[in-house]
Design a protein around this ligand. Structure first.
Ligand code: NAG
Length: 352
């Protein structure tokens, strides 16, 4: 008799466990703002050349689908959402295949190519940060209309908000040849200008009801393959000046975080600083199971991203898990997973 009941018991137990896992979400929703580091497909729906909804992007994603994530697979917001017991894929707000009911457990407003500075989003005609916030306000209205004020307010107050942007303000804007920003501001002044915008954004988000907020720091951006390629004639190492800018900016974000935690009652703002773990991966790739951190998987790995990273390029690597970078500007899914896991266990641990 026992041998007949046992399998059923096991099945029941497994299902109960699965059920608990589902109910056991640590936050009702993960809500994402930012740039290509976390965009899950919003740029598919706007007029810009900065897209990634074609092969080989998404090569290692569920069904090999190119969703508009700038990666071979998932991006950090997806991994963080999953770690908090929410959905393993955070849907893009502009994707018409999702409804407000889907967005109630997670939504992404990020747009590849954007930055804190309005001028940054203009470079490639992408969604400026202020517009991401306008979409968020619209989201709140739809949420309230769909599930009532009480349930909507719970999602708004208890949800985990992720912000991940800033790299483009420096690399696409300040340090680009045609930028007017570098004649107007020293880099320190520009860092202050951006941190000021970040502060205003967080204060507005707080005013709209958000409490648990993760402000993302910069990675060592001077080590992105594109930056190394620009250094080709001096040995193709990391651009140490740009790494210093990232570190300095992160210090400013850290000061801002402490200040806002004092000023805004009930806010729980944390700085999710990926700099050290990311640099460690770049400097010691083999310790993390990678073979290369200097060049990316896609195409020659030196400068291609977006449309230049196309499926007919014969140089694209076979196994992206051996590479820290997927294209010249973006990490592989494996790197995203390691960095997100680290951030969840350190910076975001208080929300778990
Ligand atoms: C960015 O543009 C928006 C919309 O025009 C404006 O409200 C905002 O003040 C601008 N931000 C800065 C820092 O200039």
């Amino acid at each position: 008799m026992a041998h007949k009941i046992l399998p059923w018991l096991m099945l029941l137990l497994t299902q109960l466990l699965l059920l608990t896992v589902e109910i056991d979400a640590k936050v009702p929703a993960v809500i994402v703002f930012g740039d290509s580091s976390v965009d899950t497909g919003n740029n598919n729906k706007i007029q810009t050349v900065l897209k990634s909804n074609f092969k080989p992007y998404g090569r290692d994603f569920e069904g090999g689908k190119a969703t508009g994530r700038f990666c071979n697979g998932r991006v950090p917001g997806d991994f963080i959402s999953e770690a908090f017991g929410c959905r393993p894929l955070v849907p893009a707000y502009l994707d018409p295949s999702y409804s407000i009911n889907d967005f109630a457990t997670g939504v992404c407003f990020a747009s590849a190519g954007t930055g804190y500075d309005n001028a940054t989003s203009e470079v490639l005609s992408v969604i400026p940060l202020w517009k991401e916030l306008e979409y968020y306000k619209e989201y709140q209205k739809k949420l309230k209309a769909s599930m009532g004020d009480e349930k909507a307010n719970e999602i708004i107050h208890e949800g985990l908000y992720l912000m991940s942007l800033g790299t483009n303000d420096f690399l696409e804007n300040y340090y680009s040849t045609f930028s007017s920003r570098s004649s107007k501001y020293t880099v320190e002044q520009y860092e202050d200008f951006l941190a000021g915008i970040a502060g205003n954004f967080i204060t507005e988000l707080y005013g709209l009801g958000a409490r648990k907020i993760s402000l993302g720091g910069l990675v060592p951006m001077g080590c992105l393959p594109l930056e190394r390629t620009r250094n080709l004639f001096t040995g193709s190492g990391c651009n140490e000046d740009h790494n210093k800018v990232a570190r300095d900016f992160n210090v400013k974000l850290s000061v801002l975080t402490a200040k806002l935690n004092k000023e805004l009652p009930g806010i729980k703002l944390v700085l999710s600083n990926p700099y050290d773990i990311f640099l460690d991966i770049v400097q010691k790739p083999s310790q993390y199971g990678f073979e290369s951190s200097a060049v990316a998987c896609c195409a020659t790995g030196m400068f291609e991203m977006g449309y230049l990273c196309d499926q007919y390029n014969p140089f694209t690597c076979k196994d992206a898990n051996k590479y820290v970078f997927w294209d010249s500007f973006h990490p592989t899914e494996k790197t995203n997973s390691i960095v997100a896991d680290h951030i969840v266990k350190t910076c975001l641990a208080e929300f778990l």
